[in-house]
Design a protein around this ligand. Structure first.
Ligand SMILES: NC(=O)c1ccc[n+]([C@@H]2O[C@H](COP(=O)([O-])OP(=O)(O)OC[C@H]3O[C@@H](n4cnc5c(N)ncnc54)[C@H](O)[C@@H]3O)[C@@H](O)[C@H]2O)c1
Ligand SMILES: [Zn+2]
Ligand SMILES: [Zn+2]
Length: 363
């Protein structure tokens, strides 16, 4: 009797220490589960209470089983903003209560690659969040190397806009615009008008290219591209994108061809679109081999670049958002609460029907 009426501290503590999280359960399977709140495991960690997160096309790749490093049982998500709940004793730049942006890439700040600003290749970090360690689609997340993987958010900043800075804005900018050497007066083609291609479109305009031609199969996304500043759009469903670009450019082709899809057909199109002296900047994650047409390109003085986003431009992008030079909030089409995250996946996963670009999930 006495035993039955006694409080059960262990059980109470466990319940109090639980949180909701979106868990990958193997190809094609996911669920909103109750999981233990993360703990500090290294002195350089921080625990962040998520306020807003989102879903990335890469999460859909994981769910298809395309990303073998991400094993069943993993909490997904690598984007978000939140409030620091707790920090390890070695964390000096942040304290409990700080408002922060989470980079999709964790950086130790000390290894050879980090010292070269290639955070994506950090020997003990890189893209691990929501991949090889639990991610941000939860009420709480453990962020390793907090000092160099979190960024402070100032009072009054727009959280929703800043969620776009965890991954897609730096990806479009670093892998597409910077690698593609977009310059004043240039002609740019962006193949793929998904969130990443549109992020490249927004940030390409920092450099005032004369023309930005957006190519996609989806008229809705092309209409969005037009509103975001594309000077021309091409629906390539008819297979005539090359012809149309040649007509538009007086047979000159483009100085920068940005690949933002990740399939052989679009990388091959970029090889046809690039003008002498131009650059093909690949952003897409490719799962299949693609032919390189050196027999056509060897004498054209072109460059081809690849890159995994390093997120080194987050501080600079912060300033451009703060100064209203770009408004990444325009990419947000839908909003959900965390307990409706399965609906958010459904909406995001059927973008052609729902016209979804980025969905905000409020934890
Ligand atoms: N390099 C990196 O660090 C990095 C980071 C994040 C994402 N990515 C990759 O960037 C790519 C784009 O991401 P997203 O989230 O915008 O993807 P998304 O799937 O939302 O968008 C892709 C767009 O390509 C269009 N498309 C498909 N086939 C096409 C074709 N044959 N011709 C023209 N358009 C076509 C689709 O209609 C869609 O609008 C993905 O491969 C993603 O994995 C790379
Ligand atoms: Zn992503
Ligand atoms: Zn490192």
């Amino acid at each position: 009797m006495a035993i039955e009426t006694m409080p059960k501290p262990a059980m109470r503590a466990a319940t109090a220490g639980m949180m909701k999280a979106l868990v990958y359960q193997g190809p094609g399977k996911k669920a909103l589960e109750d999981r233990p709140k993360p703990d500090i495991t290294a002195s350089t960690d921080a625990i962040v209470k998520i306020t807003k997160t989102t879903i990335c096309g890469t999460d859909l790749h994981i769910l298809k089983g395309d990303v073998p490093t991400c094993q069943p049982g993993r909490i997904l998500g690598h984007e978000g903003v939140g409030i620091v709940e707790q920090v390890g004793e070695a964390v000096t730049a942040f304290k409990a209560g700080d408002h922060v942006l989470i980079s999709c890439v964790s950086a130790c700040g000390k290894c050879e690659y980090c010292r070269r600003q290639m955070f994506s290749h950090c020997t003990t970090g890189g893209w691990i969040l929501g991949n090889t360690i639990d991610g941000t689609q939860a009420e709480f997340v453990r962020i390793p190397y907090a000092d160099t993987s979190l960024y402070p958010i100032s009072d009054g900043a727009d959280e929703e806009a800043l969620v776009m800075l965890s991954d897609i804005l730096p990806t479009g900018f670093e892998c597409g615009v910077l690698n593609g050497k977009v310059a004043p007066g240039n002609t740019v083609a962006i193949v793929g008008a998904g969130p990443i291609g549109l992020a490249a479109l927004l940030t390409a305009q920092f450099y005032s290219p004369a023309e930005i031609i957006m190519i996609d199969l989806d008229d809705n996304r092309l209409a969005v591209a037009k509103r975001f500043g594309a000077t021309a759009t091409i629906n390539s469903t008819d297979g005539k994108a090359l012809e149309t670009v040649m007509k538009m450019t007086g047979k000159r082709a483009v100085d920068t061809a940005i690949e933002a899809v990740g399939i052989p057909a679009t990388f091959e199109l970029c090889q046809q679109l690039v003008a002498p002296g131009g650059t093909i900047a690949n952003i897409g994650v490719h799962g299949k081999k693609v032919d390189l047409h050196l027999e056509q390109l060897w004498d054209r003085n072109i460059s081809i670049t690849t890159r995994l986003v390093d997120t080194v431009t987050i501080p600079m992008l912060f300033k451009t958002v703060g100064a209203h030079k770009i408004d990444p909030k325009r990419l947000i089409t839908h909003r959900f609460k965390l307990d409706k995250i399965l609906d958010a996946y459904e909406t995001f996963g059927s973008a052609a029907k729902t016209k979804a670009l980025k969905v905000i999930i409020e934890a």
